[in-house]
Design a protein around this ligand. Structure first.
Ligand code: KG4
Ligand code: ZN
Length: 355
């Protein structure tokens, strides 16, 4: 069974085809991503209107390129992200998928973007070059740590389509905190990779930053940490809280920026790792997966490896950030396991869809 996945919830226009066999092994057959990230860099974050316009330009060429190696006749279904995400961006993917489902006469599967991130870890084979794929699929019960620019969730999957959300961020997502801290110290967007690179030169214990205490033990909060970074940066410049943040990058020395990056990265990653370890001890899952853009973080992988008694599952970085393959994979399981299809005449976007 071959499923086309379409993703357009943020700044990546993406499409991919995944094949699932009777043993539920998933093979990536095509993978195309067009990012509008370059257009957002000068603003230090994604501008929704620019992202939506760019999806309109890219979506048909991206889908064409993804479908070419397989051909429409051999595609058994279309999976599309219908939430969560930016409204204007989601609309482009959903309207395109609805139209294709009708005109090509294929079943349509509506995919939750955050659940999709987890399913990137089920891709274990590919016919494409240059992928360093996880060799075995996760086994249930599975603890999933989903950390991206828009989401920070900890969920326990007992089986396909049977999971409990243990906790989530109450304000900023962890990737968003990386992006905001990068802006404070004048590093390029996206902040995850640029902060990670700068942190290598810094001292992760140069000063202390607070970890938020939450009412519900598996929830996260990162807005206080981001403000603490801002205050620390102002203090390092000998200024108080009234000093404009846009002037910080030119006032901070490179060594100070590196220390801020290193301390922030250590504390932000420790925050999610602490919760993951706590959940691991409480629920004794058989496997642990990390998913989402921040799953590409070397520091996250290092800390989990150091503190968890089992191997963690993580995917090739190309499949951690937003992509169509993760959407196709969840769609493939839905198709294979007889989950309900969506109505191509009425499927609506859900920008605030939760897990
Ligand atoms: O999953 P994703 O592509 O989009 C969302 O669904 O949000 O994640 C993007 C986020 C950005 O905040 C980016 O800074 C972060 O993932 N990111 C990283 C790394 N690569 C991307 N964070 C830490 N380390 C990385 N290597
Ligand atoms: Zn995402």
């Amino acid at each position: 069974m071959k499923i086309l996945g379409i993703e357009s919830s943020c700044d990546e226009t993406a499409a991919a085809i995944v094949e699932i066999n009777d043993a539920h092994e998933c093979t990536l057959l095509s993978h195309v991503v067009a990012s509008s990230m370059d257009l957002h860099v000068q603003y230090g974050g994604v501008v929704p209107e620019i992202a939506a316009r760019s999806h309109i330009e890219s979506i048909i060429p991206v889908i064409d390129e993804a479908v070419t190696p397989v051909g429409w006749d051999d595609i058994d279904g279309i999976a599309v992200t219908y939430g969560a995400g930016l409204g204007g961006s989601l609309l482009v993917g959903v309207m395109t998928a609805r139209t294709l489902a009708i005109t090509k006469n294929k079943p349509l599967y509506a995919i939750n973007h955050v659940e999709g991130h987890v399913y990137a870890n089920f891709i274990t084979r590919t016919s494409l070059p240059d992928y360093n794929l996880t060799s075995v699929a996760p086994v249930f019960p599975c603890l999933a740590l989903i950390v991206s620019g828009g989401h920070s969730q900890l969920a326990l999957f007992r089986d396909h389509f049977d999971y409990t959300l243990l906790g989530q961020t109450q304000d900023d997502a962890v990737g968003e905190a990386f992006d905001k801290v990068a802006k404070i110290i004048g590093l390029p967007y996206p902040g995850g990779p640029s902060v990670g690179k700068k942190a290598v030169e810094g001292n992760p214990h140069a000063f202390t930053l607070p970890k938020a205490k939450m009412e519900r033990k598996y929830d996260f909060s990162f807005s206080g940490l981001k403000t603490a970074v801002l205050r620390q940066a102002q203090a390092l410049c000998g200024e108080d809280f009234t000093f404009p943040s846009r002037m910080l990058p030119e006032r901070l020395y490179e060594a100070q920026k590196a220390d801020i990056a290193a301390v922030f990265q250590r504390v932000a990653i420790e925050t999610v790792v602490d919760k993951a370890i706590q959940a691991y001890e409480e629920f004794s899952p058989v496997s642990v997966v990390i998913a989402g853009g921040v799953a590409a973080s070397a520091e996250l992988r290092r800390q989990l490896k150091e503190r968890l008694p089992i191997e963690i599952h993580y995917q090739d970085p190309k499949l951690c950030t937003d992509n169509g393959a993760m959407i196709a994979t969840l769609g493939a399981f839905k198709a294979k396991l007889g989950q309900p299809t969506a109505d191509p005449y009425s499927l609506e976007i859900q920008p605030n869809l939760s897990m």
